[in-house]
Design a protein around this ligand. Structure first.
Ligand code: PXP
Length: 242
């Protein structure tokens, strides 16, 4: 069985920098450390309000080329232009509300199918893979296939919030399992992310056809105490020994 890949989301390195308006810590410097710890990719989210990652970070991080870059963004014209200019390896389209603390729900692909199909085509014609961040619902997976998505990233936020081992937690895991099987059957690559930690990642890493987990907050939080390279290595080893 091949090991699930680890994409490290480095947004919160920028959160720390921006909290004091300094130029450190620089998220760019996180790439080499994440790579040394075994990361397979780097994820950054350029939000409309630029609360963590900024345009200049996107430019420098996409130019680094030492690891594949996954750029999370809303499906707007402004973001499309930024993605086409910086050419990340993949773009993950996410919903975005200004007031939310973090990305709260999956993208409603069903209600925006025509828009997302045309939008994705622009990216794919520039050789950028398109991932759609969705809740583990059948309708969203079928709609993602109709949008020609290369990848679906299953939202594990609800799973992460539920009490580990509870009835609802098991039901959510079943929903995720079903969603992963269906997306794989329809020919899409299956990723997952949101709220994953060393403690709750095991079951998600075992989901059928799981390709890559995108993990940010828990790794960056851990790195405050043990360093980024060690925090990434700890997660990577957890996935390798799962
Ligand atoms: N995947 C997506 C699409 C996200 O929006 C986020 C949060 O930015 C993550 C993964 C990582 O979530 P977390 O920081 O909770 O690990």
């Amino acid at each position: 069985m091949s090991t699930v890949l680890l994409g490290v989301n480095i947004d919160h390195v920028a959160t720390l920098r921006n909290a004091r308006g300094t130029i450190y810590p620089d998220p760019y410097d996180a790439i080499a450390l994440a790579r040394a710890g075994g990361a397979d990719g780097i994820t950054i989210h350029l939000r409309e309000d630029r609360r963590h990652i900024r345009d200049n970070d996107v430019e420098r991080i996409c130019a680094a080329k030492s690891l594949p870059i996954n750029l999370e963004m809303a499906a707007t014209q402004e973001m499309l232009e930024i993605a086409l200019k910086n050419k990340p390896h993949e773009v993950c389209l996410v919903p975005e509300k200004r007031q939310e603390l973090t990305t709260e729900g999956g993208l409603d692909v069903v209600s925006q199918q025509d828009h997302l199909l045309a939008y994705s085509k622009n990216l794919q014609e520039a050789n950028i893979l398109v991932s759609l961040f969705i809740d583990p619902e059948e309708s969203q997976i079928h709609a993602s296939e109709k949008c020609n998505a290369d990848i679906v990233e299953l939202h594990t936020g609800r799973y992460a919030e539920l009490e580990y081992g509870s009835k609802d937690w098991r039901l959510e895991l079943e929903r995720l399992t079903h969603a992963a099987c269906l997306a794989h059957k329809l020919g899409m690559i299956v990723n997952a992310g949101h709220g994953l930690t060393i403690e709750n990642v095991h079951e998600i890493a075992k989901l059928p056809a799981m390709n890559c987990l995108n993990i940010g907050h828990s790794i960056i939080a851990k790195s405050v105490f043990i360093g980024l390279e060690n925090a990434v290595a700890e997660m990577k080893n957890t996935l390798a020994n799962n």
